[in-house]
Design a protein around this ligand. Structure first.
Ligand code: DGL
Length: 300
């Protein structure tokens, strides 16, 4: 694996861009290949078998770029597909967002013996119990309150902002049950949700630590790449003492692939990234199915 190789980031749609933004802040010279499976979103109401198939196809499609790291920037896909997909691509570094989110939540519980930790996520993530296991491994006595919030992903993908009355109403209903408990921490267990982080913080109050699994994941990956000498090297430019550029000449950048409506993705992406993106490349699902890798053990 080479330090100049790209980082692959996958999600069902726009949500994983919250991880991309944090990655760009942590390692601004990296080349990132982002795949948003916009034709088959949402993942949150689908089965593990279906979601694992989608994830496997996207990784197989981007494999020729020889990535140094694959990030499944989707809690649902991390919960349902990560162990299986790791087994199917031995030798490829694949990481998810649940472990980093759980780690940050456990730490945010502070000195309390039994912190009260809320988790909002898709139905599939809640059903998988992946967060329960990952948090309880670190904090045995944590009291967990989990609630699926399935309307949030479609509202975010529709481009609805946090001040939209429909968003506020849905959020109020979803967060109401948490108010009956002395909540210490709230985990945003879906990479789409950081878009509404301020609204969630406002509704829960300042005493609740709101944890963003996207940020924690990006920081963990950057730290791990740095410790293995795999961050893209930076070279000082001669004559411009303050300037720095990657040693291989190209600067860090982002290339997006989507399975439907590239124009829509390009229009909505700046809300997540705070910058414009180049037109995404359309890869139709038919193309992904046609390239489907053979399951391990089967021969043609
Ligand atoms: N960003 C995905 C997650 O973190 C959304 C899943 C969906 O498409 O429903 O779970």
């Amino acid at each position: 694996v080479s330090a100049s190789a790209p980082i692959v980031v996958l999600d069902s749609g726009l949500g994983g861009l919250t991880v991309v933004r944090a990655l760009m802040e942590a390692g601004p010279n990296e080349q990132i290949l982002y795949f948003g499976d916009t034709a088959r979103l949402p993942y949150g109401n689908k089965t593990g078998e279906t979601v694992s198939g989608f994830v496997r196809q996207m990784i197989a499609y981007l494999l020729p770029w020889r990535p140094k790291q694959v990030i499944i920037a989707c809690n649902t896909a991390s919960a349902l597909a990560l162990p299986g997909v790791r087994g199917e691509f031995p030798g490829l570094a694949i990481t998810g967002v649940i472990e980093p989110g759980a780690k940050a939540a456990a730490a945010a519980g502070g000195a309390k013996q039994a912190p009260c930790i809320g988790i909002i996520a898709t139905e599939a993530t809640i059903r998988s119990k992946a967060y329960d296991r990952a948090i309880h491994r670190r904090r045995n006595y944590a009291k967990l309150l989990l609630r699926p919030t399935p309307l949030l992903v479609p509202m975010i993908e529709e481009g609805r902002k946090a001040d939209d009355p429909v968003v506020r109403l849905a959020m109020k209903q979803y967060l109401q049950p948490f108010a009956r408990h002395p909540l210490d921490v709230m985990v945003l267990g879906c990479t789409h949700y950081p878009i509404y982080k301020n609204l969630i913080q406002e509704m829960l109050g300042p005493h609740v630590s709101v944890i963003d699994s996207a940020r924690q994941c990006a920081e963990d990956v950057t730290r791990r790449l740095a410790s293995h000498g795999l961050l893209r090297p930076v070279m000082k430019m001669q004559g411009n003492p303050g300037d720095a550029a990657p040693a291989d000449g190209a600067s860090g950048n982002l290339r997006c692939f989507v399975t439907d409506d590239p124009a829509r993705f390009q229009r909505l992406a700046p809300r997540f990234l705070n910058r414009e993106i180049d037109p995404p490349i359309l890869v139709r699902p038919q193309e992904l199915y046609a390239r489907e890798p053979m399951p391990l053990g089967e021969t043609a």
